[in-house]
Design a protein around this ligand. Structure first.
Ligand code: PMP
Length: 399
């Protein structure tokens, strides 16, 4: 059989990269591997009965609109609900500022499309959420890495000329770091002073296990920060629903372009998903009580993984117990190559994500090579213990 002629791909595709997490996910979904890799919310946390009731009412009360095209901005009731909830949490937002997105991942892509110019600098942390790097990469930025200390990224890393600066201030993926209150304020004020748009990605802010995180950067500089949120970690990721909050003062230019970019991508988020969430909220679903349950569950899983690490890992490993989010960030001995260890680990029946997957394209910091990310939200406490036992069995020097 003759091979068809290769198609010429756009130059921007050269900057695209695979997602290490999604590749590992494919392997682990088909096998007996215990996965510490993906940040898959615990299926036991999904409020399936409440959703079943909401879905029954949905068909009776708004079946036609759930199946119809909808406004690109999102369902008005949902935009209003998001604005009210943020405002009640001390983040004053009007419904007009809220764009309902198909997951916060879409918000990242839209921001890349609207703000990034090829060859121009974009500021990101290292390690960074690899899905954000994946979203921004096709827009061909010049990557700048953000110097960081224990409180978070340094304000003077923000310089005039950065097309955008991206951070996850609360329980970062993968490092679990939470930026301090003072640092948030300093970062926000600096962004306003140098005129750099900050993308504040906050899917984990509600997943705190000791105390709620400090207020978002957005509260300190509402003209300079775009705030992203998600239903994925608080309700269910399969809904593919998130939101983007645009500064009120920028709705006519940035907001309008973001809306046009989203129209080109998917017209609007699924009407069915939005209808389902609206019906759920209308029937009096107590999101705060639900979240309290999720926190309790994840706190126990976090503690179980911490105990398993203490029990099974040899000396030379370091980690901090995360105060929120879904992940442990492990620092192995300096000589460890976590990516090289992964095939052995999969053979032993456990998966993790090697640290280098979270590195900035073309400039992966060597310190990342000895790190790995472990998720504690998917497996039960017993499975977490067994997973770490398997991991420890393939580490250099194991008996
Ligand atoms: N941002 C961060 C930091 C994430 O960890 C994730 C999901 N892993 C996303 C955004 C995307 O989430 P969503 O499901 O809302 O698209």
């Amino acid at each position: 059989m003759s091979m068809p002629q290769a198609w010429r791909l756009a130059a921007r595709t050269a900057a695209m990269r695979p997602s290490a997490v999604r590749d590992i996910l494919k392997v682990t979904q088909q096998s007996r591997v215990l996965s510490l890799a993906g940040g898959l919310p615990s299926p036991d946390s999904f409020p399936i009965e409440a959703l079943a009731e909401a879905s029954r009412r949905l068909w009776l009360e708004r079946g036609a609109s759930a199946l119809q095209y909808a406004a690109s901005e999102g369902w008005p009731a949902l935009r209003q609900w998001v604005a009210q909830r943020l405002s009640a949490h001390g983040v004053p937002v009007a419904p007009e500022q809220v764009l309902i997105t198909s997951g916060s991942q879409q918000g990242l892509d839209l921001l890349g499309k609207v703000l990034i110019e090829p060859g121009q600098p974009v500021l990101v942390e290292q390690p960074s959420y690899l899905g954000a790097l994946q979203s921004f990469a096709p827009y061909q930025p010049a990557w700048h890495t953000w110097a960081t200390d224990a409180e978070g990224p340094l304000p003077d890393g923000l310089r005039a000329g950065h097309r955008l600066a991206y951070l996850v201030p609360s329980y970062q993926n993968p490092s679990a770091r939470c930026v301090s209150s003072q640092r948030r304020r300093a970062l926000a004020l600096r962004a306003a002073a140098v005129g750099v748009p900050v993308v504040e990605d906050d899917p984990y802010g509600e997943l705190w296990y000791e105390q709620a995180p400090p207020p978002p950067l957005f509260t300190h500089a509402p003209d300079d920060v775009v705030l992203l949120g998600s239903w994925s970690k608080v309700l269910a990721p399969g809904l593919r629903l998130g939101h983007l909050v645009c500064p009120a003062s920028r709705l006519d230019d940035v907001g309008a372009r973001l809306l046009q970019a989203r129209q080109g991508a998917d017209l609007h988020s699924s009407s069915l998903g939005q209808a389902l969430v609206c019906s759920l909220l209308e029937q009096g679903f107590d999101l705060d009580a639900h979240l309290a349950g999720v926190r309790q569950r994840y706190r126990a899983q976090r503690d179980a993984l911490h105990q398993a690490l203490l029990r099974h890992l040899p000396p030379g490993w370091q980690w901090q117990v995360p105060a929120g989010g879904m992940f442990f960030w492990l620092q192995g001995p300096a000589t460890l190559d976590a990516a090289a260890l992964l095939p052995q680990a999969l053979n032993a029946g456990v998966a993790f994500v090697p640290g280098e997957a979270f590195g900035v394209p073309g400039q992966v910091a060597s310190a990342l090579r000895s790190c790995m990310r472990l998720s504690f939200v998917t497996l039960s406490p017993d499975q977490l213990d067994e997973a770490v036992r398997r991991l420890a069995s393939c580490l250099p020097g194991a008996a």
